[in-house]
Design a protein around this ligand. Structure first.
Ligand code: TTP
Ligand code: MG
Length: 353
């Protein structure tokens, strides 16, 4: 049986800011500027002190401001977080037979070859926690189990600074709420509730046909996940699949020049991020949110990969133009369907013939 560990930093962006500004014990909210409750963006994350007031990632910053006016509100500093992330990932990697970074603040490691049993893995987890704390002053939560799915669920059980081992898969899961399963969010949870499902235990009582009928293909994943089944290997698939940026305007607007200027800035940011990795792309996804919150996403794919910022801007503009029909609250642009520089050379050659 494999022994897998999932490590997830606690309130990552907020903990870094708390450390930087010496704000221990003070509610810290990282996100868009609150502007005395008139800010229009969202909360990126909040430290555990602020979470006591009900503040969560993704909540509107205006609501967060109402819930906890005395919190310290800070805007994200991604470069700083990325630097910390690199330090942390290096430490984690050191203890692994196989390593998979999942996001800026979480990773899976396979420790089956180093640890004979969960006891040994637990001792190693404490060692990793200490090393990370020594290097950064930050805490993390660790989950240990026989597969990635369960290790991820385990790491979320006792946050912050937790360590959880899941040994008895099905029984352990039965009591939990369905949204403990990665991929089951608010909407799916509500839908499951409508179908009479309140716990993972209730999910375990349904068969695969029921899942297929109600959820399509993804239902099979839910069905397996309810029993803690996951056969994926650590290190199998860490790859960014898309890069996107968006902006919420201060005021709803239909000022074409202003909107196109912002679109062009977003394209530039996406471009810069991809350029670092020498990645080009074949699909552009455009998102528009109107003043009434109605949101449209459109994507367009191109035979020849986009390998030039001006072309990217121009294509994005052409996609946005027909949507400028009423006041807009938010625009976003996302690049997908990546192609590496090496492949690009081949692709261009093939395209000539
Ligand atoms: P998470 O690990 O989901 O959250 P967290 O580390 O802040 O808190 P937890 O202790 O529950 O793990 O995300 C890592 C970072 O990613 C988070 O610090 C900020 C960023 N983030 C966003 O910017 N927006 C989001 O909606 C989420 C969920 C995260
Ligand atoms: Mg985290």
């Amino acid at each position: 049986m494999a022994i897998i560990m999932h490590i997830d930093m606690d309130a990552f962006f907020a903990s870094i800011e708390e450390r930087e500004h010496k704000l221990h014990g003070v509610p810290v909210i990282v996100g868009a500027p609150p502007k005395n409750g008139k800010g229009r963006g969202v909360v990126s994350t909040a430290n555990y002190e602020a979470r006591k007031y009900g503040i969560k990632s993704g909540m509107s910053i205006a609501k967060a401001w109402k819930l906890c006016k005395h919190a310290v509100f800070l805007q994200p500093r991604f470069e700083l977080y990325e630097k910390e992330s690199e330090k942390i990932m290096k430490i984690i990697k050191n203890y692994s037979d196989a390593f998979e970074q999942v996001s800026i603040d979480e990773a899976f490691i396979d420790v089956s070859k180093r640890c004979k049993n969960f006891e040994e893995a637990k001792a190693m987890a404490y060692l990793i926690k200490n090393k990370i704390f020594e290097a950064t002053g930050l805490t993390c939560s660790v989950g240990i189990a026989n597969n990635k799915l369960l290790a991820k669920i385990a790491s979320s059980m006792k946050k912050p600074d937790g360590l959880t081992i899941i040994e008895n898969n099905g029984k352990f899961l039965a009591k939990l709420k369905p949204d403990k399963i990665p991929g089951i969010g608010k909407k799916t949870k509500v839908y499951l509730r409508k179908l009479g499902i309140k716990t993972i235990g209730d999910m375990q009582k349904k068969d695969s046909f029921w899942f297929l009928e109600n959820f399509g293909k993804i239902g099979i994943y839910y069905h397996n996940a309810a029993f803690g089944i996951d056969k994926s290997k650590v290190g199998e698939k860490y790859e960014i699949k898309s890069v996107g940026k968006e902006i919420t305007f201060e005021h709803d607007t239909l000022d074409r020049e202003f909107i196109f200027f912002n679109l062009s800035q977003l394209c530039k940011k996406v471009w810069q991020e991809l350029k670092k990795e020498k990645i080009y792309f074949k699909t552009i996804e455009l998102k528009v949110r109107y003043s009434d919150f109605e949101t449209h996403t459109h994507e367009q794919s191109f035979i020849v990969p986009i390998d030039n910022l001006d072309i990217f801007k121009e294509k994005a503009k052409m996609m946005l133009a027909p949507l400028l029909i009423r006041p807009i609250r938010l625009i976003g642009i996302r690049a997908k369907n990546f192609i590496k520089e090496k492949q690009l050379k081949l692709h261009s050659i093939n395209h000539l013939f």
